[in-house]
Design a protein around this ligand. Structure first.
Ligand code: NAD
Length: 430
């Protein structure tokens, strides 16, 4: 049995974040379950390297505002670290550290040659005007220049950032090093060496997993309904892909409000509506009724997809979930306390580190293509993504069945074990 102290880690720069403590609690549970070497467990609990930077930005009205930016590299054991960059008002060091840790397990499950990383800037991107987002992104890139690189740490989009953000990072980094270096980021525009299908990859991967789960449960997609929280990159693509399978999307929510239509929401029309309103929201869509945000997750449905933020399924609402499948598009949407409640239900959970791994998988394809300066076509990307996602899905399910454990514990075990094995084999320097 692992002898890691039960309360480890004690106080550290990350530990005032409930999200970081949640990631540590998961790691502790896994360490116990797989009898992980305590020295390795302790090393995995703390990120390898973290940088906090101040990012001064000239605002459109002439003022200077200073934002706080973070980049956390959880592990560099398996290759460069890899992970998204998040722009969100309340992002902090601990949240970023948790997300970086989850990226390590995710890359482990998918057998990708990366460690986990994550970045963030505490800013509400919806409040930025004119050229502020570009100046913020470029200055942040400059401030963390010393710890990123195609063989060190490679960023990608996450909440609040997109292809354009990655293009600015690519350009800023390239200007610094003196040559075009597309392999510094993934999730770039295709014209700049981005991978066809990267934008859709996470939602597609979520859908491949859902389809497998439906098959296991003997449910035909055309008879299924879905509720989706978040209508950004992950949520909207998941909706589009589910609709192609015949699934009816009956409710959707975003940060501005939630909508419901039991006859099925027309996703193409909703996307058009969203693109045309100023806040880019689903709220106010005329072909659905407005509902309270607190209702969204507990609507009876076949498939519930949280695709917005972490810690939304808690002990307060877990007992009220009325879905058959919980497909975690977001990172960390379910707290360990909620997990314990769900364990006593018949809800089939597709855990985040498996469910949303399509994004980092196609990011890996993009990185490889940029390094080789050779582009794949869309069919190749889709076929490879599907192959790797299904492989991972079945590895997790087989592990869960073999050890009679939850899908989450199985997924975490596989992810943690892969990183731990590599750490063990490389040994401890010096
Ligand atoms: P995004 O910025 O494109 O969209 C986020 C969506 O969540 C928006 O619709 C926003 O309105 C909504 N949202 C924000 N706060 C909310 C709240 N309080 N209540 C309800 N909705 C809220 O972000 P994204 O890239 O789609 O990422 C969503 C989640 O998926 C995040 O947890 C992210 O870490 C995870 N993820 C993203 C990728 C990717 O490739 N983009 C890959 C893996 C995991």
């Amino acid at each position: 049995m692992s002898t890691m102290p039960p309360e480890y880690p004690g106080s550290n720069p990350f530990s005032n974040s409930p999200t970081y403590l949640m990631a540590c609690q998961q790691l502790r549970n896994v360490a116990r379950a797989i009898d992980l070497d305590p020295g390795i467990a302790e090393r995995l609990m703390l990120p390898k390297r973290s940088q906090v930077v101040s990012v001064p930005v000239r605002m459109e009205d002439g003022r200077t505002e200073v934002f706080v930016g973070y980049r956390v590299q959880h592990s560099l054991t398996s290759g460069p670290s890899k992970g998204g960059l998040r722009y969100a008002k309340n992002v902090d060091l601990g949240e970023v550290a948790a997300l970086a840790m989850w990226m390590s397990w995710k890359c482990g499950i998918m057998n990708l040659p990366f460690g986990g990383a994550k970045g963030g800037i505490a800013v509400d991107p919806a409040e930025l005007k004119g050229g502020e987002k570009e100046r913020l992104t470029r200055r942040f890139t400059d401030e963390i220049q010393n710890i990123i690189g195609p063989r060190i740490d490679v960023m990608a989009p996450d909440m609040g950032t997109d292809e354009q953000t990655m293009a600015w990072i690519y350009d800023t980094y390239s200007m610094k090093v003196g040559y075009a270096c597309p392999e510094i980021v993934t999730g770039k525009p295709v014209e700049l060496g981005g991978c066809i299908g990267r934008k859709e990859a996470t939602g597609r991967g979520v859908t491949y997993c859902i389809l497998q789960a439906l098959e296991e449960l003997g449910i035909r997609p055309e008879t299924a309904t879905a509720v989706v929280q978040g209508f950004g990159n992950v949520g909207s693509v998941t909706c589009e892909e589910l609709v192609k399978l015949g699934v009816k999307i009956i409710a959707i929510g975003d940060r501005y409000g939630s909508i419901r239509n039991d006859r099925g929401i027309n996703i193409a029309k909703l996307l058009e509506y969203q693109s045309q309103n100023e806040r880019k929201t689903v709220a106010g869509f005329p072909e659905a009724e407005a509902i309270a945000d607190s209702e969204l997750l507990t609507i009876p449905c076949t498939i519930l997809v949280p695709a917005a933020m972490e810690r939304v399924i808690t002990e307060a609402n877990a007992g009220q979930l009325r879905c058959r499948i919980l497909a975690e598009g977001a990172n960390g949407p379910t707290t360990p306390e909620a997990d314990a409640i769900l364990a006593n239900s018949d809800i089939f959970i597709i855990p985040d580190i498996l469910c949303n791994a399509g994004g980092v998988t196609v990011s890996y394809f993009e990185w490889v293509q940029d390094l080789a300066q050779f582009m794949w076509d869309e069919e190749q990307v889709k076929a490879q993504l599907k192959k790797l996602m299904l492989g991972a899905y079945h590895r997790v399910r087989n592990e869960a069945k073999r050890r009679n454990i939850s899908n989450r514990l199985a997924a975490l075990s596989l992810g943690v074990q892969k990183v731990a094995r590599e750490k063990q084999k490389r040994g401890l320097y010096p």
